[in-house]
Structure formats: C-alpha cells, structure tokens
Write a protein that binds this ligand. Sequence first.
Ligand code: GLN
Length: 195
Amino acid sequence: MNIGVLALQGDFYEHTQVLKRLGANTTEVRLPRDLNGLDGLIIPGGESTTIGKLATQFNLIEPLRKFGETKAIWGTCAGAIFLSKDARRDQPLLKLMDIRVQRNAFGRQVESFEVDLDIPVLARHGNGHARPFHAVFIRAPLIESVGNGVEVLAKVESGAVVAAQQGKLLATSFHPELTGDGRFHEYFMELAANS
Ligand code: GLN
C-alpha cells in the first residue's frame, strides 16, 4: 500500500512516521506527478490558507480534485478545511467534501486542548472495545454542518462535530498523528485499500 502525504506545509512528517510504523509505503506529494500510483492521500495540519496558496502555485488543485473522485483522502485540521466545500471565507479549497467548517472555532493557539473522544467506527481495532481516542486540538476548526451522505464520526461534549466521513473522504479537526495511537491511520488505510 502506498499512501501519499501532501508535503507543502504543516506536520506531514509526523503522518509519514505513523504510516511507516503501520507498514505502508509513503510518498511526499509536492507535484501533480507524485500522485501517480497512490492508494490514498493525507492532507496534514498546518495553515489552510498557506496550503491552499501553495497547492494553487504548484498546479495541484485540479489533480487533487480528480484524485479525490476515486481515491481516499483524509484531511486533518487545516487539511480538513482544505478538503471542505465551505470555510466561510475566500481561500483556495478542494471543495470535495460536503461539509462547512468554522476555522479556529475553539479559540486561539493558547486555547488548544486535548480530550478523549468516543469514536465508534474505531471500535473494531480495539478487540471490539470502543476505547476512547485521545485527540489533540490545535487552533482547530469545527465542522459546522454536514451535507447528505456525510456521516458524523465524532463529536466533542458541546455537540460540535470534529470528525466526519463521506465515502472515502475523511475529515478530522484534531491530530491523530501526534499521539502514538495508530487506529485512525489504520481506519484510513482500510478505506484506501478499497479504492
Ligand atoms: N488554524 C489553522 C487553519 O485555520 C489550522 C490549525 C491546524 O492545522 N492545527 O488553517
């Protein structure tokens, strides 16, 4: 299995480390041709405006949209914003996922937080136990609304949606690459394997 990680800006390195630990080959994607032969793609956290501007400069927007029509893509944090249809402001977006996000919804960098989430789709990776998933939120977006065909995977206590899936597309507000718990990456690899 070969999983690409968009490597324009942000914490792409951390994703490649988790993927390698789980036995996947990884490719750092910076140019359209880097998408060839990939089973799936992760768009990391960072700064969504910067990722969008660089993707535009490197002529990646259309190739990424095409890729996402048939293959698995997972956006974490800034990556989730970049995947979305609507971020309520003018910035380059892939518009692949029918979700509206609110950037920096939990406040500023100093208001970053960590919390244990209940994520039922991960249950089968814990021998049937829905062991909580420790989630790190860093100036995170929330998913304000989801369209038809989008499944909500996790919410925080306030009820705000922080993980969603639309077919082979995944969006998480938080950073599973930072905690050593590989279950979300495994879940994504399963989606990619079925691409
Ligand atoms: N605040 C960033 C943005 O709006 C996302 C932060 C992150 O990826 N950790 O793009």
